[in-house]
Each structure stands twice: as structure tokens, then as C-alpha cells.
Design a protein around this ligand. Structure first.
Ligand code: SF4
Ligand code: SF4
Length: 456
């Protein structure tokens, strides 16, 4: 017979006798228990699995539900449970985050699991570890390349070198490496006069706009690695467009946002970079600046991944005051009105095939370029649909992931080719690489179109 109490044993009128009693510890292992909100909210609807671009094309990938809540539960029940190596096949596109109706913090769980897998289970002498570490620390390679940009651009696309890189490191030789700029964005910024020159130009613009010349429109630009080393024209467009609206721009000390490090489970590397970024941005936020990023993965890292994964002083204030560059102007300026009155000529007066990066979707920004540029008569911006581009930063650069990456991108390539023009548009530099690689189109950033339309 069971020794459990029958409901009839319960006497709600039992008096409190004030007798001594031993407290019952209902969470004996609470120091280890993961009590974060949402971890137990998964009710196995599988919606996240149906939105995962990797699971759609790779039958061996078990999908976000397994990577997140299921693996979490297994680990909580069984100390010896290890992380399944399939977590390294998640591209960290973060689409599953937005899909879950129950608010399960899927990408946070994936990032944590991937970090644990790399720390505790991945061999530190394996080729895969070092290949991933080199790819994740792109900033270091790009910094070196920027010292001899022409030579680096040639060497990185020299056939035999690429063949050797694929054979020894597993970096695909199918893709062209992006060119390195002969002058980085930061070099241009310093040569131009840095913050003092930006203040002068912003004051001139405020005077033209009939705004108080001593106003407090000021932003701190997080340019990220790619705008600095490869596409400084995006950073320059950001500065000129913001100054056009009377904003003083500063360019603080910064490191990589950490996006490629999260995707490769290099959480300690990401933390080191985040500490520098948060420290310099927090000082400026304290002084009334807002943080602006032109890459949607960088703004995503500062807004979501940093506060989810790190405890760094000032991180919540920085996260709350970080914006994507066009989003910020949409909030604070009459961007649509300005564009409606603008003319555009030359090679940007054409039809763009626009791809919204997954990380833009996560921030609710997937329609902004299409809606905004609808005001420009000479330009058409066609949304190429909601599929993932497939490259996901370093993912599509791995030889063993290249085919999967291209299969995911197929739908986007088809839709791009169905547009009239031969120019693409996106906010993410690696989506831009994939768009160019799959179609041969030239790819532009929305800031470049804004600059062409608004800045004389
Ligand atoms: S969408 Fe959310 S609730 Fe549904 S299976 Fe995925 S994690 Fe669980
Ligand atoms: S982050 Fe992207 S690839 Fe990874 S599980 Fe979620 S949807 Fe799939």
C-alpha cells in the first residue's frame, strides 16, 4: 500500500503549534540548477524546428528544440551527460529565437552549450579547433592584412594557397576572399579630423536645419571589423548621413562584436572583446551618446547576446541604448519625408534585390529598407523573401558546411535573379558575400543609398 497521504489527511484548521522543525530544502542543488526564465517553458510544439534553415536541408541536424531545451533537460537529470557535437552544426542564425511562442531563450542555450562543448569536449590540438579559432578571430587576420592590403588581397585569392588552405585547415576554396581596403575606415576617420571635424560638420548641419547649434545629437559608432577593414565606404556613408542630420559622431575604441566567436563556441574570446566594447561604449552612453551599428549582427550582439551571456558593468545600459544605424534615424528623424523629396542619379538609381539578414529579423527590422526606399521614385527595392542566406558568418566558409550553406541560399539566389536589376542590398556583410557569390550581383548597404539620396 502506498505511504502517500490521502487528501483527507489534510486539516486546514491544524493550529500552528510553533514547534521546532527541520526545514525541507526543496532545491538541494540550487547552486547548479538552471532556473533561468523560459528554460522549462518548452512544450515541444516543434515550431522552432520548422523555422531552422539548417534542419531544413541537413537531415542529420536535430534542430533547435534538441539543441536547446531537450539537451538542457538531459544535462540537468544526468551529471555525466555530455553536449552533443551537432551543436557545432547550428549556424547561430537565431531564427529559432523569434519562432518560439513560449519565449524559450534558444540561442542563449545554444551559445552556452556550444561554449561548454568547445571548452570541455573539443580537442584543442584538432585542426577543427584551430580552423574555427582563426575564422572566429577574423579581426586579427584582417588587422594583419590591413598592413599590406594589396598583397593580402592577392595572396588570399591565389589559387594554390586557397587549395592548401582547404586541404590543411578546411577553409573552403569555393569562395573568393573579400578585398582588403587600402585605407581602413579608422585611418580615413583620423585623416579627416576625427570627432572634432564631425562636431564642426554637425554644427553646420544644425545651423542649416534651424536646430540649436549646441544641441545634443551625438552618437558613438560601432563600425565592426568588416566596415573597418573591407568596406570602409559603409562606415563613411554612416558618418556623412548622420552628420547631414546634425549628429556628432565619435568612433570609440572597439574590438570584434564577438558574433563569429559565439557561433564557434569561443565564448572566452568573445568575453574579452565584449569587455573592451562595453567599457568604451558605457562611458559614452553615460555622457548622453547612443550606440549605433551599421551591421545587424553587431547590433544584435550588443543588444542581446552580451546581456544574455556576460555580466559586465554597464552592459544593460549599453544594450538598451544600442540601435541599428537606419533604425535610429527612422526613430529620430523624418527620413521618409527627406527621401520623398530626394532625387537620385547614377548607378544607384536602379532596382535592388533586398535580403533581410536573420539578425535584422530578430530585431524587427526586416521591412525597413523596403518600406523606406519606397519613397524614392528612381529606385525599386524588392524583398527577396524570408529565407536565410545560408552563410551565417563563418559557417559557409567551412569546407564541410559549404554545400549546406549554398543549399540554404538557393531560394534567395532564385528570388534575386527574378528581379530586374543586378544589384543586391543587405545590412549584413557576410550575407552580402553570399549574395554576391551566388548571383554575381554587386551588393550595397542601405546607408550607401541613403548617402547617395540625401548627402550632396
Ligand atoms: S518553439 Fe519553443 S516551445 Fe516549441 S519546441 Fe521550440 S523551444 Fe519548445
Ligand atoms: S540558431 Fe539557426 S541554425 Fe541554429 S538551431 Fe536556431 S534556427 Fe537552427
Amino acid at each position: 500500500m502506498s505511504d502517500t497521504h490521502s487528501p483527507n489527511d489534510f486539516d486546514p484548521a491544524e493550529p500552528n503549534t510553533s514547534e521546532e522543525y527541520d526545514p525541507v530544502d526543496v532545491a538541494a542543488d540550487s547552486a547548479d540548477a538552471d532556473l533561468r526564465p523560459g528554460a522549462d517553458s518548452c512544450y515541444k510544439c516543434s515550431t522552432c524546428d520548422t523555422t531552422c534553415p539548417v534542419a531544413e536541408v541537413d537531415d542529420d541536424f536535430p534542430g533547435p528544440k534538441f539543441q536547446g531545451p531537450e539537451q538542457w533537460r538531459l544535462k540537468r537529470r544526468e551529471d555525466e551527460q555530455t553536449i552533443d557535437d551537432s551543436v557545432m552544426s547550428c549556424s547561430n542564425c537565431m531564427r529559432c529565437d523569434g519562432a518560439c511562442p513560449s519565449g524559450v531563450p534558444l540561442s542563449e542555450m545554444h551559445n552556452t552549450a556550444r561554449g561548454e562543448y568547445v571548452d570541455e569536449q573539443m580537442s584543442k590540438t584538432s585542426v577543427e579547433y584551430w580552423r574555427n579559432r582563426i575564422l572566429a578571430n577574423y579581426r586579427t587576420s584582417a588587422w594583419l592584412a590591413s598592413k599590406v592590403p594589396r598583397l593580402a588581397s592577392f595572396a588570399m585569392n591565389f589559387g594554390p594557397a586557397r587549395w592548401a588552405m582547404e586541404k590543411t585547415l578546411g577553409v573552403t576554396s569555393e569562395r573568393d576572399f573579400p578585398e582588403f581596403a587600402t585605407e581602413t575606415f579608422r585611418e580615413w576617420w583620423e585623416r579627416r579630423g576625427a570627432a572634432a571635424e564631425s562636431r564642426r560638420r554637425a554644427r553646420e548641419a544644425r545651423s542649416r536645419l534651424d536646430e540649436p547649434v549646441d544641441g545634443d545629437k551625438k552618437v558613438a559608432y560601432f563600425h565592426g571589423c568588416y566596415s573597418n577593414y573591407n568596406t570602409p565606404e559603409v562606415g563613411k556613408a554612416m558618418v556623412r548621413v548622420y552628420e547631414h542630420f546634425g549628429y556628432e559622431v565619435v568612433v570609440p575604441e572597439q574590438r570584434c562584436s564577438g558574433t563569429p566567436m559565439f557561433a564557434n563556441g569561443m565564448v572566452d574570446d568573445a568575453r574579452r572583446h565584449a569587455e573592451v566594447n562595453v567599457s568604451s561604449m558605457a562611458d559614452l552612453v553615460d555622457r548622453g551618446y547612443d550606440a549605433i551599428a551599421s551591421c545587424t549582427s553587431c547590433s544584435m550582439a550588443l543588444r542581446q547576446e552580451y546581456p544574455e551571456l556576460f555580466d559586465i558593468e554597464g552592459i544593460d545600459d549599453v544594450a538598451a541604448r544600442t540601435f541599428e544605424s537606419v533604425e535610429y534615424l527612422r526613430i529620430h528623424e523624418d527620413l521618409r519625408g527627406e527621401l520623398a523629396a530626394a532625387d537620385i542619379e547614377g548607378d544607384l538609381a536602379e532596382e535592388f534585390a533586398y535580403h533581410a539578414p536573420c539578425h535584422a529579423r530578430n530585431q524587427g527590422l526586416e521591412r525597413q529598407a523596403v518600406e523606406l526606399f519606397g519613397e524614392l521614385d528612381e529606385v525599386t527595392v524588392t524583398d527577396v523573401g524570408d529565407s536565410c542566406s545560408g552563410i551565417s558568418g563563418t559557417y559557409g566558409w567551412k569546407a564541410e558546411k559549404y554545400d549546406t550553406s549554398m543549399e540554404i541560399g538557393d531560394e534567395m539566389f532564385d528570388h534575386m535573379e527574378a528581379t530586374e536589376g543586378e544589384t543586391g542590398m543587405t545590412e549584413c556583410p557576410t550575407c552580402a558575400m553570399q549574395m554576391e557569390h551566388g548571383t554575381g550581383y554587386e551588393i550595397r548597404h542601405p546607408l550607401e543609398l541613403l548617402e547617395a539620396a540625401l548627402v550632396a
